[in-house]
Structure formats: structure tokens, C-alpha cells
Ligand binder design. Structure first.
Ligand code: DMJ
Length: 608
């Protein structure tokens, strides 16, 4: 799938920003309609998809493809383009792409991807060039919160530019800007992004909630809905990931407080739904959840809040089952679609990947398979993958956003390639909100205090935050123990062993189905309360009794289960149950089996 998307982009679209998969052409900025921000916020005429895909090539392409793409970027990409783009989009897609590729090409942690001929840091120089064009967004803003857009070629904020920005846009810069500062030794990028994030956080409500849109001049909230979705989403991600990448407790405290508030007010009482609520009162503001918020369970995994993540993810799972994609907005009141498009977004598979990595529950592999098949079946066209315009009818639209290659297919690939080095690394790598891999060698982690002189300014803030935290200690779901058990045996480890701790056997899954308005899944337990597994396949038990014993004294059993044959030798076991205990141990209601005698020594399990 990746090669199909990538090769078609290179063949039909490069050097333009994006592929039009239906017309088999390229697409750049919309010069005819400058106010078309759906396009112009993202496409600035700098081969966006190429830049955004660099580290995906390193992960799932060949080293040759990666090196060739790096060479192309160095030789052909320029940010001196007189287009107005969104600072956030340019940061996460282009700056993040460049930094990630630079790190992979040079950092010994990623030995396999290091590029011997890459010796002059050209990607880093390009990153500096881009960031210098974005920095003017931070000028003339009394709050420190940046303007949302700049003209790249002029390196200026256009005079008529709006002074209203979404929270995610202003608060999701610290990873890329921070890494750039650490790698270049120039603190100005990290400083600007850090001030912006703190400026947003200082304006949180008394409930510790952030709003959706803020005026950068006055610092007043324009749109007061708080959520984990569009307009806010990645600000939480950047708090936690900055804490990890830069080893910085201040960000961790910020995230902890923000997260606690989300659980208390944005999450509903069922524990499954994360809604739009008023930041000042916590009251419900709408009946929809959006597809962007499907990333949040992945962040909850990173935070270690696994049970909570599992529930949250199941809601999106059922929405996906219902529409074979995620509609942009789903109305949980009417249990219908509010906005019906699906532009090949990664968020659901991103969470699925993190949940599988943490739990090793094969359920998440099945979810990944479902997503993969749906995307492949519904969106693959001869020249690439097309966005779905309406998930109910399957109507396609002529756009393949760059995140299809940089994120969606990267997470899908890493979900299944469990042995990939990125999945096995013991390093503080993070995925940015665009799925770019960032890592900082130790020597870069601790220098923030000396370089930035910001800690003093925020010391008081930190103390206040600690005090607030202490007030809440007794309340918190954060302080509860998770049920995470990394040594669980799943049938990825022992093929075909039925593991009833797996998600499909938990009541969670049916509860989430109710919320979405889906029928409950195929019943795993029958109306008799017994497990009907395996559904299909042969299931046969042969056993022989010792000549002098009662029928139920087992000496040896052969169990044919599905395609695997397992032989259990158990001398002198007491009865069938103890013999089968090794086989089916997780049943909640006990084990019940009906046998039919084939002959004196062979029995077939009729039902069990
Ligand atoms: C991506 O560009 C990023 O994941 C961003 O954080 C949100 N939107 C898209 C994907 O949906």
C-alpha cells in the first residue's frame, strides 16, 4: 500500500505538494482562491508530501529510497515561496519531517538509517531556514501566542491576518522548535514555542480546561469549548511528549493537571466518551465527537492509563465498524454521522498501534487488519489512495493528504512489524503529532535551563501547580493502579490458545457498541453461558483411560483445535477438567463441555 501511494505521488505529483489520486496529477497552493484555507494552510509549494514522508521511507521503505528522497529534498526544496501557510501545519509536516530525517541520517541510535554521504547537515539548515520564516508569527503578539499564519517567502505575518488562533495550532510547536534549538544551540525557537505553550496554559479556566480558539492580542477565549478533538487535540500531546523528550518535569506537571481535568469534565460519566464541554462550567456544548480525537487513547497509553485508553478506543472502534471508516464527526446523541468525510486520517490506527504495543492483545491486530482492508478496499484507486467524501456512500474525493504516507501507513506498518527496531528501542523517542520520529541524545536533554533562562519565570507557576496537584491527590483516577500485565499470554504468543482476557471477551466492547448504536458483537458466550469457541474449525478430544480405571481418569489427550494440534500428556490426572485446565484457563463462568463418544476411547467435544 505504501509503495502504491508513494510511487504514484512521485510519478504524478512531485514536485508539487500533494497527489490528486483521481486525476492522477499534482496539486500545490490554490493561487486562484487565496482564501481556500483547506488547501493553502497546508500546501505551500515545497513538495510537502516528499518532505513529510522522509522518515516513513526510512522505516518501511528501503534505505536507498530514503537516501534518494533526502537527496531530492536537499537539491530541490525551497521554502522561499510567497504563499501564506499555517504555522502549525508547516511545523508539524515540514519542520518535523526535516528534523526527523536529519536525526535518522545522523544519530547512532538509528545506525541502520545513517547516511554516510550526509555530512553537511543540509536538512538541518533547511529546517533553520523554514523555522526562521515561521518565527515572525511570534512578533507583535503581547501574549506570546503566535499568529496562525505567515507568508513564507516574505517571512512575515500578512497585515490582514486574523489574530485568532486555535489552541492546538499555537500550542503544538514545542517538540519541533525544541529539538531545533537543541540541535543548533540557538535557543530562540524553543523559547518562542515554550512561551506560547505556557501562555495558553496560564489562560486555562478554573477547572483547568483550555478553550478551542483564543485571541492572541487580548488573550481572551473566542471559542470556549474544551475537548480532546479538533482545535485542541495535540496541545496535550505536546505537553506529555515534551516532558518525555526533554526530560522536563514542568511539562509533565502541566500535562497531569490538564489530563486530570479532561477526565473529570470532558469525559462523561460512562468513562467512554470525551465530549465538547464549556471550559468554565464543564457543561455539555455539543453532541458530536470528532475523528481527530481518536488519537487520544494512544496518548493515554503513553501516560500509562491503559484501562481508560481501552474504553475510549472502543468507541472509535465501533464507529469504524459501523461505517468502515471514521466520519469526521459522529453524533453520539442521534448515533449518526454529522460530518461524513474521511480524509485517510491516522488517529484511530495510531491509538490501535499504541494499545497493541502496550497490551499485546491480538484484538488490536484484528482492528488494524480491519482498518487496512477497509482503506485498501474503499480508497485505493489506480493513482493512489483517495479521501472518502461520504463514509455512508463511499463517494471518493480527489485528495491524498500527506499524512496518509507520513502517519496512517507508518502506524499500520509498525503495528504489524512488531520486531521493527523502533518498536524495540529503549530510547526516549517520541512520535510527533504528524507521526515523525524524534529522539534526542542525552547530551541535548538537560540544557534547557541554561540556554533558555525560562525556568525562573515559571518557577512560581510550577510551585502553584504542585500545590494544586497536592489538593487533588486523593481524587485521582491518575493514582489508581492499572491492570497492565505485560506477561499475559495471548495467542500471538501461543497460537490458537483462547485468551478470555482479550478485549472481545470483555463487557467493555458491548457497552461501547451501545454508545455508538451498533448491535453487540457476535456473541462469544452462548445463551447457555458457555463458550462456543472455536467458531468453525475442528475441535476434537481423544483420550484414553488406563485399563483399570474409571472412564474419566485420563492418561493422554490429543486436542485438535482449529489448525493446530496440541498434544497433552497427563498421567494420572483426575478428570477432564484438570486435563483441560492448561488449555482453557480464563473462562469466567467455568468450563462446560458436551462430549459425544466416538468409541470407547475417543470422544468428540460437541459443544464447549
Ligand atoms: C495530521 O496532520 C496530524 O495528525 C495533526 O495533528 C492532525 N491532523 C492530521 C491528521 O488527521
Amino acid at each position: 500500500m505504501f509503495n502504491h501511494g508513494w510511487n504514484n505521488y512521485m510519478q504524478h505529483a512531485y514536485p508539487e505538494d500533494e497527489l490528486n489520486p483521481l486525476l492522477c496529477t499534482g496539486r500545490g497552493s490554490d493561487k486562484a482562491n487565496p482564501s481556500n484555507i483547506q488547501i493553502n494552510d497546508v500546501l505551500g509549494d515545497f513538495s510537502l508530501t516528499l518532505v513529510d514522508t522522509l522518515d516513513t521511507l526510512a522505516i518501511l521503505g528501503t534505505q536507498e529510497q530514503f537516501e534518494e528522497a533526502v537527496r531530492r529534498v536537499i537539491d530541490t526544496v525551497s521554502f522561499e515561496q510567497y504563499n501564506k501557510v499555517q504555522v502549525f501545519e508547516a511545523n508539524i509536516r515540514a519542520l518535523g519531517g526535516l528534523l526527523s530525517a536529519h536525526i535518522l541520517a545522523t544519530d547512532p541510535t538509528f545506525k541502520k538509517n545513517n547516511i554516510p554521504w550526509y555530512t553537511d547537515d543540509s536538512l538541518l539548515h533547511l529546517a533553520v531556514d523554514l523555522a526562521d520564516r515561521l518565527l515572525p508569527a511570534f512578533n507583535n503578539t503581547p501574549t506570546g501566542i503566535p499568529f496562525p499564519r505567515v507568508n513564507l517567502g516574505l517571512a512575515q505575518v500578512p497585515p490582514t491576518e486574523t489574530v485568532e488562533t486555535c489552541t492546538a495550532g499555537a500550542g503544538s510547536l514545542i517538540l519541533e522548535f525544541g529539538v531545533l534549538s537543541r540541535l543548533t544551540g540557538d535557543p530562540k525557537y524553543e523559547r518562542a514555542a515554550k512561551i506560547a505553550l505556557h501562555a495558553l496554559w496560564e489562560r486555562r479556566s478554573s477547572l483547568n480546561l483550555l478553550g478551542n480558539v483564543i485571541n492572541i492580542q487580548t488573550g481572551h477565549w473566542i471559542h470556549t469549548a474544551s475537548s480532546t478533538g479538533a482545535g485542541i487535540d495535540s496541545v496535550f500531546e505536546y505537553m506529555l511528549k515534551a516532558a518525555i523528550l526533554f526530560d522536563d518535569q514542568v511539562y509533565h506537571d502541566m500535562f497531569n493537571e490538564a489530563y486530570r481535568a479532561l477526565l473529570l469534565f470532558v469525559r462523561d460519566s460512562s468513562g467512554y466518551l470525551y465530549r465538547n464541554v464549556h471550559m468554565g462550567t464543564g457543561s455539555l456544548m455539543s453532541y458530536w465527537i470528532d475523528s481527530l480525537s481518536a488519537f487520544f487513547p494512544g496518548l493515554q497509553v503513553l501516560h500509562g492509563d491503559l484501562d481508560t485508553a481501552i474504553k475510549n478506543h472502543l468507541v472509535y472502534y465501533h464507529i469504524w465498524r459501523k461505517y468502515h471508516a471514521l466520519p469526521e464527526r459522529f453524533n453520539f446523541h442521534d448515533k449518526t454521522v454529522d460530518l461524513a468525510f474521511y480524509p485517510l486520517r491516522p488517529e484511530f490506527v495510531e491509538s490501535t498501534y499504541h494499545l497493541y504495543t502496550a497490551t499485546k492483545d491480538p484484538f488490536y491486530l484484528e482492528v488494524g487488519e480491519m482498518v487496512l482492508e477497509d482503506i485498501n478496499n474503499r480508497t485505493r484507486v489506480p493513482c493512489g489512495f483517495a479521501s472518502i467524501g461520504d463514509v455512508r456512500t463511499g463517494r471518493l474525493e480527489d485528495r491524498m493528504e500527506s499524512f496518509m504516507l507520513s502517519e496512517t501507513l507508518k502506524y499500520l506498518y509498525l503495528l504489524f512489524d512488531t520486531e521493527h527496531e523502533v518498536n524495540r528501542m529503549d530510547a526516549n523517542i517520541v512520535f510527533t503529532t504528524e507521526g515523525h520520529i524524534l529522539a534526542l541524545p542525552m547530551k541535548y536533554q538537560q540544557n534547557s535551563k541554561n540556554v533558555l533562562h525560562l525556568e525562573r519565570d515559571y518557577k512560581q507557576e510550577h510551585q502553584n501547580s504542585q500545590q494544586r496537584k497536592r489538593k487533588f491527590v486523593a481524587l485521582g483516577p491518575l493514582n489508581t493502579c492499572q491492570r497492565y500485565n505485560p506477561h499475559k499470554t495471548h495467542y500471538t504468543v501461543s497460537p490458537n490458545i483462547l485468551d478470555m482476557s482479550s478485549i472481545p471477551y470483555q463487557p467493555h466492547i458491548d457497552f461501547a457498541a451501545e454508545i455508538v448504536g451498533m448491535p453487540v458483537m457476535d456473541q462469544v458466550l452462548s445463551k447457555y453461558g458457555i463458550c462456543q469457541s472455536p467458531i468453525g474449525g475442528s475441535y476434537e478430544v481423544k483420550f484414553s483411560s488406563s485399563p483399570d480405571s474409571e472412564a474419566q481418569t485420563i492418561r493422554e489427550a490429543v486436542i485438535n483445535y482449529g489448525f493446530e494440534q496440541m498434544v497433552h500428556q497427563q498421567h494420572r490426572s483426575q478428570n477432564v477438567l484438570s486435563m483441560l485446565n492448561t488449555y482453557l484457563i480464563k473462562s469466567l463462568s467455568g468450563l462446560k463441555m458436551d462430549f459425544v463418544a466416538r468409541d470407547k476411547t475417543e470422544y468428540i467435544v460437541k459443544r464447549g
